[in-house]
Design a protein around this ligand. Structure first.
Ligand code: MBD
Ligand code: FE
Length: 281
């Protein structure tokens, strides 16, 4: 009896009023969006016979758990959807090639220390707890031309899966740096191999995921922003191969092209193998 109640003219008139369709004030696009979102919500209430208690319970849950909205966006595939859509728009415009994008996540912090060509990301607190990690690469445009002085922002979790700033036990900007590429477009860094992130136990995101039969784990990964003058900004990540959650990421961010080969060389060989001076000497 109340199926499709949202379609009745009385409710459609109500939607017109609440979204300001009947007046000239306000932003036309925003008004249309508000109308659509509330109309879809009303239709959802109809379809599932959602009760008053469920409506208020949900709003209270969201209000109490709102500091995790960034995680909700990851876990409910909103971020992944925006990437899929951006990929589709690129493809429709013939924009192809280059390293694939993947989601930013909610844990980037601006203002990391800057370095030229090389940086050590970790403050040494995880020495002996994990494997030392060396990564090096070259920033190139889609035609393959190296880009000097490109900015490579990198951030990742520690050996407990936690990120500095959010985890106050870590030093400021631990495992976060901005590295500018050298004259050949190259960058390199030393760090420690991160462990995959897990949504905070008992938090609002984990609660939602459990209720729909899912987990809140990510495979071990390293985030990047890559930017260069007159080029599009790239947001991406790499995954550490071999992680049990590699293809079971709660945020759906793993891409086959973003799982580079890992070469386990043993920590004692680092300096000789890469010939990097400074921290390795
Ligand atoms: C992360 O580390 C992350 O990268 C994402 C996307 C979501 C939660 C934690
Ligand atoms: Fe992350």
């Amino acid at each position: 009896m109340t199926q499709n109640f949202a379609n009745t003219s009385a409710v459609q008139e109500l939607l017109d009023k609440l979204s300001g369709q009947d007046q000239s004030a306000g932003d036309a696009r925003l008004k249309a969006i508000v109308r659509r979102i509330m109309g879809d919500l009303f239709a959802t209430i109809d379809e599932f016979d959602i009760t008053d208690d469920e409506v208020w319970g949900t709003l209270n849950y969201a209000a109490a758990g709102s500091q995790e909205f960034g995680l909700w966006a990851a876990g409910l595939a909103l971020e992944r959807y925006l990437d899929m859509r951006a990929d589709a728009i690129d493809a429709s415009q013939g924009v192809t090639g280059g390293t694939p994008r993947t989601i930013e996540g909610p844990l980037y912090v601006a203002g990391a220390p800057e370095a030229e060509a090389f940086a050590r990301l970790d403050d040494g607190a995880d020495d002996g707890k994990g494997e030392v990690l060396i990564m090096h690469g070259q920033v190139r445009d889609v035609d393959g031309t190296p880009l000097a002085n490109a900015k490579v922002e990198v951030w990742h979790a520690n050996t407990l899966g936690n990120y500095s700033y959010f985890d106050k036990t870590q030093s400021d900007f631990n495992l976060r740096r901005s590295i500018y590429t050298d004259s050949e477009g190259r960058y390199a860094f030393r760090s420690i191999v991160p462990v995959g992130y897990a949504c905070p136990p008992g938090g609002s995101t984990e609660g939602i995921l459990k209720a729909i039969g899912r987990h809140g784990n990510r495979p071990a990964h390293i985030h990047f922003f890559v930017s260069a003058h007159d080029h599009r900004h790239l947001t991406t990540q790499i995954n550490i191969d071999g992680d049990p959650y590699l293809h079971d990421d709660f945020a759906y961010a793993t891409r086959d092209e973003l799982i580079p080969p890992v070469n386990h060389i043993g920590n004692s060989n680092l300096g000789a193998k890469y010939g990097v001076t400074g921290p390795f000497a």
